[in-house]
Ligand binder design. Structure first.
Ligand code: NAP
Length: 258
């Protein structure tokens, strides 16, 4: 992994799940806005590629493993001691597994979704909040989903996890009142990334069907919103931003061109 020193004069922003999709695109957009991204995810090779491209720092991270999160937080601490404040955190690591009904629910898939989306976000946020507060102008952005705002058939494990992640994130809004830290929840609808490939266990045909006949959001579309929220003046807190493709009304309702 990259050396834990930046030599940067740019403020630090941690992006979890930065090896692909929305996380990688957010690291690119934030770097273009003058941030130094610190990228975390499990796939070290992919992470290094993105870090090299954006001039950031790659630190391996498995948000489901408390020891890995502790090592990651220590690595970020080293960077902060190197001279730049940690001013941003984008909680993005996560995803979905399966589309079983409640009656057919697979507990291992539920556990994976809760560990990565909910407990992962909790661990990373808890570990980094002291540094964000110390920076004097911090910002926590959490990528939830419209699945955190509604439910849909076959989505219970994912919607339950994203509702929980949203509840955790929104709780910060009150708990951090009086502290110099903003909190923004970004809830996208369908974005074409590796998300559906992961959800369907690598089944490319099934994953492609999710986006068939619609123009989905791109990872870059979401990243622009992340960068926008983080570039407002410090007194402006964008609480919740929901974005969907024009062709999507709800988690289950699309207009598909045939
Ligand atoms: P993606 O391309 O599959 O990216 C997921 C990222 O999360 C990857 O970088 C992955 O990296 C990382 N990740 C997964 N488990 C991790 C773990 N245990 N520890 C650290 N990193 C982990 O999908 P995406 O669409 O960009 O998803 C990003 C976020 O957006 C997720 O929270 C997802 O729920 C949310 N979201 C997606 C959509 C959509 O339609 N795509 C819509 C709404 C919300 P490694 O595998 O290298 O660890």
């Amino acid at each position: 992994m990259s050396e834990p020193q930046t030599g940067t004069d740019r403020p630090l922003v941690v992006v979890t799940g930065a090896s692909s999709g929305i996380g990688a695109a957010s690291a690119r957009a934030l770097a273009a806005d003058g941030w130094h991204p610190v990228l975390g995810a499990r796939r070290a090779d992919r992470l290094e590629e993105v870090a090299a491209e954006v001039g950031g720092t790659a630190l391996t991270l498995d948000v489901t493993d408390p020891d890995s999160v502790a090592a990651f937080v220590a690595g970020v601490g080293d960077l902060v001691r190197g001279g730049q404040p940690l001013r941003g955190l984008v909680n993005n690591a996560g995803g979905a597994k399966g589309t079983e009904t409640v009656m057919e629910a697979d507990e291992d898939k539920w556990r994976w979704m809760w560990e990565s989306n909910v407990l992962g976000t909790l661990r990373v946020t808890k570990g980094l909040l002291p540094m964000l507060i110390d920076s004097g102008d911090g910002h926590v952005v959490t990528i939830t989903s419209i699945a955190g705002l509604e439910v849909y058939d076959g989505g219970s494990g994912y919607t339950a996890a994203k509702h929980a992640e949203g509840a955790l994130h929104r709780t910060l809004r009150g708990e951090l009142l009086g502290q110099p830290v903003r909190v923004t929840e970004i809830a996208p609808g369908a974005v074409e990334t590796e998300f559906s490939l992961v959800r369907f266990g690598g089944d490319e045909e099934r994953a492609a069907k999710v986006y068939q006949g619609i123009e989905p959001l791109t990872a870059g579309d979401v990243a622009e919103v992340v960068a926008f929220a983080m570039s407002r003046p410090s007194h402006v807190n964008l609480d919740t931003i929901v974005l969907k493709p024009r062709a999507q009304a709800t988690g289950m309702r699309f207009h598909r061109e045939t």
